[in-house]
Structure formats: structure tokens, C-alpha cells
Design a protein around this ligand. Structure first.
Ligand SMILES: Nc1ncnc2c1ncn2[C@@H]1O[C@H](COP(=O)(O)OP(=O)(O)OP(=O)(O)O)[C@@H](O)[C@H]1O
Length: 563
């Protein structure tokens, strides 16, 4: 009887059948094919399998494989270099010849002119770039030739342009820096890799930066991007990668000190500009981002300039009008962040901010209605008399005016953390005070429910603390046309002189303008933006974001995690 062939034997036979074949390479241009495939893939962003393939192709190991394939295909086994003069006397400086494979990417190093020696030097090497991957180019190396072209004495900009022309192997003839080990004069490594993650609080375009050493080496980013800092060796120009970016090459970003210096001069200009304007109490100056809304009256839970009756109160309160100067003094650069893993027993409050009438309360109402068990509002404080059907602690906390004013005064004293009535915001309406306290927000958090808040943007300063950890969503208006159409369709109303009125074109335009100002002034506090066009879509987006906040680890200020 014939014995059954085992699986192992089958594999062995299959492999043996290939042994006699002369396997060869069909092409010697795998590198350039790889580059064109990679470039094609770059045009098809956000497709999972395409992103994965692009990531594989960007890896140095994969590129080395293609390169080796081509070498084998060409039978190019010997080192081959551009001709270098061999009649060099022993007294001459040593040179090193470095060959770098650079595929449609920059060299990954910045070049500077050494004015004293009139030579061109490597100023810094960008982490993960072609020069860094070679491990052979060091800071301080003097560049003499690139692919056989003498570049000594030339302008660094010309050299960058020359380098950009080459793709594939680039041969550099360098006079090595005195320190081959890549150590600084103090004996420290040139690159100190850090685990620091920073959230950018400003937008940055290296091509708009007149002082960056090399714009091509810069890393553009936007407010809110999380940056992984890979080197802070140069205090002026740090090296960073964008979190989640598959590009391994680091880019230059302005260091904190440099950016602070730049921001402080901007701030002082802004301050001058603000102080030079008409008096802040001048009605001409008030816009809807200030304490009075377009209706001409103060709605509950809005910061009111009418509260400070006594001089003392006026001086110590966080006051909207005075805050225009106060806010402008903030120097906005970077904020250190860390991943925070959500704790279901202490859900993060969801805070909806935006210009008046944009629809924050409509969104809050719909979100809460989507799951009444999960979401909860805070119970506000008031000095008004309780109505018969109202329950103290359920509808409002009813307190005396004295008690509430005391709380407002104490609120401004940061040393009094345990003060019972610390108000996030407060306001006066028809002679009665209204306010939301930190304590009420904590109460909701500790109950395990998601607290939903719609405060004034300026209250964010008090809310953004380790014990509240708010997730701030900016509700932005859509384009004027969509804003007008959606509000008209739903018969949207706002209150003018206690009467509900439709929005006029001017009011809608003002809403858009105020939103833009808010983004400039407070955009660094926003975790997400929702565009409130068609309401059904905005609610869907909101529910989706809130789900994520409850499940996914997200970056928060580092001190909230260490707390
Ligand atoms: N996406 C939308 N489409 C149509 N109408 C909307 C939309 N969002 C809100 N509205 C309507 O616009 C009006 C104002 O909305 P809402 O009161 O929620 O604004 P708000 O941002 O809370 O304003 P305020 O800060 O003045 O309290 C309401 O009539 C509301 O129903």
C-alpha cells in the first residue's frame, strides 16, 4: 500500500523543486519603483491599508532591502565612490566620505556658515532623517563636496538647493568635526531624547518664520497638535515630531524661551492696543463676547459687571471688562501633556462654549435627552426667593445675598481652596444673583454622572483644574448661508427685551465674528470643535465625541495626571 505523504515532505519537495532554478532579479530599479509607489500612496490618505503600506515603506529596513536588491541586481558588490584625490599628504586634514541614501526627502540636517573659517558646517542633525539614520554625519562636520561638486565657500542656501536636486545615493566629502563621537564640548550627547509631549498653543508655519535657520527643516503645526519633543539640546530650536505622524524625521520648532520672548512682545503690543482703546465701560466697546448680550439684558449664569457694588468687591473680582487686559497678558507657547485614562467612576465634565445664540444650550438639552441617566446639569445658586413648586437643592440652592457675595469675594482668593462657595461664574438678573459653584460640579462628578456645562468662555480659567478635568468643546457657527438656512428652518429664537425674536442677518454675522475672536483669544483651551450647522448632525458629532472622552485615553495637562 502506498504511504501517505506527510505535510513536511510536501514542503520539502516544493522547496527542492526551486533549488535547481536559477533565481534572478527582474529589475535593478526597486528603489525608484518604491519611491514612485510611495508617492502614489501619499495621494490616498486616510485609507487604513494604504496608511499601513506607506508606514512599512517608510521604514529604513524596508528601504535598505530595496536598495540591497538593486545592488545585487547590478552585481555592485564593491564599495564605489566618487573619485577622491589620492595624492593627499599625511599633514593634511583627515576626510571622511559618507554615502547616504536619500529618497525625495531632505538630508535631515541644517547647514551653517562658520564665518571665522569661512566654511560650511553641519549645524544640527534632525532625528530620524537621512543623515541621522546613517549615523555617520555629526554636528560640526565641515562639508567640502557633494556628489563630486565642491561646495566650499558657498552660501548655505545654495547648498540646500543643490542637495534637494539629488535623490537616491548622495556622497558627502566631509572634514570631520574634532569630536567624532558626537559629544558636545561638555561631553554630553548632542541629542537628548525626551519623553516630553507638549500641546502647541499657537499655530506655526516655518515658512512664515523669519528667524528659523532653515524653513525646510521646520515642523509646521497647529494649535492643539501634540508634539513629541525629541531634542532640546539647542534651547532656541527644539526638535519634535507630531504625535501620530508616520514621518520618523523630526523637525525644528521654536523652543519655549524663544517663543515666550516673541509672544511677550506681541502681548505688550496687544496691551498697548487695548489700553489705547476707548474706556472699556464705553457702550460702543461692548460686544457680545463681553458681559452684555445683544438683547441688552443679562441672562442668568453670565458674569455681570453689575455685581461689584462695593469698591472692594469690584477690585477683587475676575471681571470681564478688566480681563481683556488680563487675558492678553498670558504668554501662550506650549503646555506639557500626558495621556489620561478615563475613570468611569469620575467622568470628565463636558463643557460647551461658544458665542451667544450659537446653540450651546440646544446641544446640551439634546445631549442630556439622549441619556437622562448618564448626563446631569449642575444645580445653580440663587439669591431669589423660592417659588412654591421649587425644591431647594434640586431646582436651585437658595442662599442669601450676603452669603453669595461673600463666596464671590473669596473666590478670587486662590489660597482659599476649600471655600464652600467658589463660583465658576455668576451674574445678576432682575436684581437677583445666580451662579454655579465648583462644589456643585464636583458633586455631579462624584455621583458618576457626566456633568454638562455651558459657561462663559472666561470661566474656563477656573474650570481647567486637576480635580475637574473638563473636556472643552467649542461650538462654532457654520458659514453664514448655512447658519441662516438652518436657523430659519427650525424657527430659531433668541430673547430681546424678554420677547423671543428671530435672528437678524446682522446678529448672525456678529455670531460668526465673535466666534473668530474667541478662537484667537481662547482657542488654546479647546479640546474639540463642533460646527453647529444642521442640528441632527451636530448632536450626532457631540454624542460621538462624548463617547470617546469616556473611553479613550486622551492628552490632558501633565499636572492633571500627576495630581
Ligand atoms: N443647529 C441648529 N439649527 C437650528 N436652530 C438651532 C440650532 N442650534 C440652536 N438653534 C436654535 O437657536 C436658538 C439659540 O440657541 P441656544 O439658546 O441653544 O443658544 P446659546 O448658545 O445657548 O445662546 P446663549 O448663550 O445666548 O444662551 C434656539 O432657538 C435654538 O433652538
Amino acid at each position: 500500500m502506498k504511504r501517505k505523504t506527510t505535510r513536511k515532505e510536501l514542503v520539502f519537495n516544493k522547496v527542492s523543486s526551486y533549488a535547481s532554478l536559477q533565481l534572478g532579479t527582474s529589475s535593478d530599479s526597486a528603489v525608484s519603483t518604491g519611491v514612485s509607489v510611495y508617492n502614489t500612496l501619499r495621494k490616498h490618505k486616510h485609507k487604513l491599508h494604504v496608511d499601513e503600506l506607506r508606514e512599512i515603506m517608510a521604514k529604513p529596513h524596508f528601504q535598505a532591502l530595496l536598495y540591497t536588491h538593486d545592488k545585487v541586481a547590478c552585481r555592485d558588490y564593491e564599495p564605489r565612490m566618487f573619485s577622491v584625490s589620492h595624492d593627499v599628504s599625511d599633514a593634511e586634514e583627515p576626510v571622511k566620505i559618507v554615502r547616504i541614501i536619500k529618497n525625495e526627502e531632505p538630508l535631515g540636517a541644517t547647514i551653517q556658515k562658520n564665518e571665522k573659517k569661512q566654511s560650511l558646517e553641519i549645524a544640527r542633525i534632525l532625528r530620524g532623517g537621512a543623515a541621522d539614520r546613517s549615523g555617520l554625519v555629526h554636528v560640526g562636520d565641515e562639508i567640502c563636496e557633494i556628489n563630486g561638486t565642491n561646495v566650499q565657500g558657498r552660501d548655505p542656501k545654495d547648498v540646500v538647493q543643490l542637495l534637494a536636486k539629488f535623490s537616491g545615493p548622495v556622497t558627502l566629502k566631509l572634514f570631520p568635526a574634532n569630536n567624532e563621537k558626537g559629544l558636545t564640548r561638555e561631553g554630553k550627547p548632542y541629542y537628548r531624547s525626551t519623553q516630553i509631549r507638549l500641546r502647541a498653543l499657537f499655530d506655526y508655519d516655518p515658512f512664515d518664520d523669519p528667524i528659523i535657520p532653515c524653513p525646510e527643516a521646520g515642523l509646521p503645526f497647529q494649535k492643539g497638535d501634540v508634539l513629541q519633543i525629541v531634542s532640546q539640546e539647542d534651547p532656541l530650536w527644539w526638535q519634535a515630531r507630531k504625535e501620530g505622524d508616520s514621518n520618523l524625521r523630526a523637525g525644528l520648532i521654536p523652543g519655549k524661551q524663544l517663543q515666550e520672548r516673541r509672544s511677550s512682545s506681541l502681548v505688550s503690543n496687544l496691551r498697548k492696543e487695548i489700553l489705547g482703546r476707548p474706556l472699556l465701560s464705553d457702550p460702543r466697546y461692548l460686544d457680545s463676547s463681553c458681559h452684555k448680550n445683544s438683547t441688552g439684558h443679562l441672562s442668568p449664569c453670565r458674569i455681570s459687571p453689575r455685581i461689584p457694588k462695593s469698591k472692594k468687591l469690584k477690585k477683587t473680582m475676575y471681571h470681564v471688562t478688566q480681563n481683556q487686559v488680563y487675558d492678553s497678558e498670558e504668554i501662550i507657547t506650549y503646555e506639557e501633556v500626558q495621556l489620561y485614562h478615563p475613570k468611569p467612576e469620575f467622568p470628565r465634565p463636558v463643557v460647551l462654549v461658544g458665542s451667544h445664540g450659537v446653540g450651546r444650550n440646544e446641544l446640551k438639552r439634546r445631549l442630556m435627552a439622549s441619556n437622562t441617566e448618564r448626563f446631569q446639569e449642575v444645580v445653580p445658586y440663587t439669591t431669589r426667593l423660592k417659588k412654591p413648586h421649587e425644591v431647594d437643592g434640586r431646582d436651585y440652592h437658595f442662599v442669601s445675598r450676603d452669603e453669595m457675595e461673600k463666596g464671590i469675594l473669596l473666590n478670587s482668593d486662590c489660597s482659599l481652596h476649600e471655600c464652600f462657595l467658589r463660583f465658576v461664574e455668576y451674574g445678576e438678573y432682575k436684581g437677583n444673583l445666580y451662579g454655579s459653584s465648583i462644589d456643585s460640579i464636583k458633586c455631579v462628578i462624584n455621583s458618576g454622572k457626566v456633568c454638562v456645562l455651558t459657561p462663559h468662555t472666561q470661566a474656563l480659567k477656573f474650570l481647567r483644574t486637576a480635580d475637574i478635568k473638563p473636556y472643552v468643546i467649542f461650538v462654532a457657527p457654520p458659514s453664514f448661508e448655512i447658519l441662516k438656512a438652518t436657523r430659519f428652518e427650525k424657527n430659531a429664537r433668541h430673547t430681546v427685551n424678554d420677547l423671543p425674536q428671530p435672528f437678524s442677518d446682522e446678529e448672525l454675522q456678529k455670531m460668526i465674528n465673535t466666534s473668530k475672536t474667541m478662537v484667537i483669544r481662547y482657542g488654546h483651551f479647546f479640546d474639540k470643535t463642533i460646527v453647529n450647522g444642521p442640528i441632527e448632525q451636530a448632536v450626532k458629532d457631540l454624542i460621538h465625541i462624548v463617547e470617546l472622552v469616556g473611553k479613550e485615553p486622551l492628552y490632558v495637562p501633565a499636572n492633571w495626571v500627576q495630581y
